[in-house]
Design a binder for this molecule. Structure first.
Ligand code: PMP
Length: 281
């Protein structure tokens, strides 16, 4: 299995990270996760544009790198590992420098690394829906940056796992923000509600596709924060991400959503998403 590290494709047993890498010491870096469908990279432009945005927001200089170049790396890595359906994870850190909080010397080079993996789409869950729990959103106030610092997300997801749930839906006070690794939507009376894409959530690439689908389907897409009570009382609940696509949530904590079955709007959005995959391929 190949990984990409320090501008090279090497066997994973040969990949080495310097212990003074700021990603290792501080989580000082950013990442993206890009889907491969049928041997083709999916929405890589959107993902890499978001990576460049994250870089800008943390003052990480990515001069010399481009969306096109990184897409090429992604394609090559997937091809070298014969990934037909799966994904590529890519991260970039602020580089190697003796541990000290301020940014290192401007000449310090960012360190890129990437791995790929193969897996099928989560057909079973997409068809039947999943369970979620709710947890406090204890993260920082720049969740719009796809930072390597994921402790808040990790603790939330672990709680979901311990409770036999697929995802942890987070809330600040009573306001639903997003999932530990997904965006969250509540459908009520034929309208889709989701938290605005501000500093409190990651503006998901899948979220953007869902927004476009909703517009094409003439379903109102309302970017307004909603409460836990609203979530519990929703007709349908959906979570979305690059790896789980348009995923129905049929139970939140002990509460059944709607009639406990996958809803009609969810199904319409899933169909649009399938068409989008086809059109990109
Ligand atoms: N929010 C968080 C916290 C995430 O980790 C993810 C997954 N990257 C998302 C939302 C969904 O984003 P995307 O659709 O771009 O995968």
């Amino acid at each position: 299995t190949y990984i990409f590290i320090n501008d090279e494709f090497v066997d994973e047993s040969e990949g080495k990270i310097n212990y003074s890498d700021r990603g290792y010491n501080f989580g000082d870096g950013i990442y993206e996760y890009i889907r491969i469908y049928d041997g083709k990279v999916f929405t890589s432009k959107e993902h890499y544009e978001r990576l460049f945005r994250s870089a800008k927001e943390i003052g990480l200089n990515l001069e010399g790198y481009s969306v096109e170049g990184l897409t090429e790396v992604t394609k090559t890595l997937a091809a070298k590992n014969n990934v037909v359906n799966g994904g590529v994870y890519i991260q970039v850190t602020r580089g190697v420098a003796p541990r000290n909080h301020p940014f290192p010397d401007a000449s310090t080079k960012p360190v890129f690394s990437a791995f790929s993996k193969s897996y099928d789409r989560p057909y079973e869950e997409l068809k039947n829906g999943v369970k979620a729990i709710t947890v406090d959103d204890i993260r920082w106030l720049r969740c719009d940056i796809k930072s390597l610092n994921l402790l808040g997300n990790v603790l939330a997801k672990e709680k979901a796992a311990q409770n036999g749930a697929f995802e942890a839906i987070m809330h600040r006070d009573q306001t639903v923000t997003e999932g530990s690794s997904s965006n969250v939507y509540a459908v009520k009376d034929g309208k889709i509600y989701t938290h605005p894409a501000n500093n409190l959530i990651l503006n998901g690439i899948t979220r953007r596709i869902i927004k476009k689908s909703a517009e094409a389907l003439n379903i109102p897409f309302i970017e307004e924060a909603f409460t836990l009570d609203f979530l519990n009382d929703a007709d349908e609940v959906i979570i979305s991400s690059t790896s789980i696509e348009v995923m129905p949530v049929i139970q939140v904590n002990d509460n059944k959503i709607g009639d406990g079955k996958v809803g009609q709007i969810t199904k319409q959005l899933q169909k649009s998403f399938d068409n989008y995959i086809e059109s990109e391929a």
